[in-house]
Write a protein that binds this ligand. Structure first.
Ligand code: MN
Length: 248
């Protein structure tokens, strides 16, 4: 099994080290990841300036671009194999509910899915700067084997979140739905030393709506959450209603 590993926390983040190490136990691993933290860049693709890749060792490349750039460069230029699987993470912090629309970690798995390569994103639900990646890495290695052996449905990848617990405290994985955050009071506005206002987004610890079967519900109960996501964002249930609108 040949695996491309990437992330959005940057190639020197502890999560990607733990992930690559665990996946080496189940296949051949190459790492192509951003040269610095690129969290919350979502599915951004660099089109207006050239990209550079620095080889840091055998099968290990740092790219001055986004996670989506890394998947593209890895598959089309840098790797000497075509991966059977792309794994993105292990992200420092949750990617639950609406987070998936901002996440660079999740977008890397999306990019692989667009290329027809099975993929999953994996995140550790921990606070900034803390977290033990061991149990999440071990789960990633097990899941990698299963995904490659069984395949994924068309247009589908997995978004995995793992509670920051010891392996013997973790409850079994649940297949979940994408949850929903409660967005309120998430912007801090203050005045800088020169008297100008500044604003800071994303500082609050956001709660989740209590939705049964959701990713956040599984995590709060101590389970690993595995959410199947797909890239067709069409809301099919609204099509009939919209076709009745008189749009011209
Ligand atoms: Mn991140």
């Amino acid at each position: 099994m040949k695996i491309l590993v990437t992330n959005d926390d940057g190639i020197h983040a502890p999560g990607i080290e733990a992930l690559a190490e665990a996946l080496r136990g189940v296949g051949e691993v190459a790492v192509v990841a951003p040269d610095r933290e690129r969290s919350a860049v979502s599915h951004a693709l660099t089109l207006h300036h050239p990209l550079r890749a620095e080889c840091l060792g055998p099968g290990r490349f740092a790219v001055d671009g986004t996670p989506t750039d890394c998947v593209n460069l890895g598959i089309h230029s840098l790797l000497d194999f075509h991966p059977d699987l792309v794994v993105s993470g292990i992200n420092r912090g949750a990617n639950l509910g609406d987070d998936v629309t901002y996440s660079g970690t999740v977008a890397a798995a999306m990019e692989a899915t667009l290329m027809g390569i099975p993929a999953f994103a994996i995140s550790l639900v921990c606070r900034e700067g803390h977290g033990d990646y061991g149990a999440a890495a071990a789960f990633a290695a097990r899941l990698a084997g299963t995904v490659v052996a069984r395949g994924l449905p068309a247009d589908t990848f997995l978004n995995v979140n793992v509670p920051d617990l010891r392996a013997d405290q973790l409850l079994p994985p649940l297949i979940t739905t994408q949850g929903k955050r409660r967005y309120e009071g998430t912007i801090v506005d203050k005045v800088d030393p020169r008297g100008r206002c500044y604003y800071w987004i994303g500082t609050a610890d956001l709660a989740f709506l209590d939705i049964q079967g959701s990713d956040s519900a599984a995590i709060s109960a101590g389970h690993i959450s595995v959410t199947p996501l797909h890239l067709d964002l069409t809301n099919r249930s609204s099509i009939d209603m919209l076709r009745k609108w008189e749009l011209c």
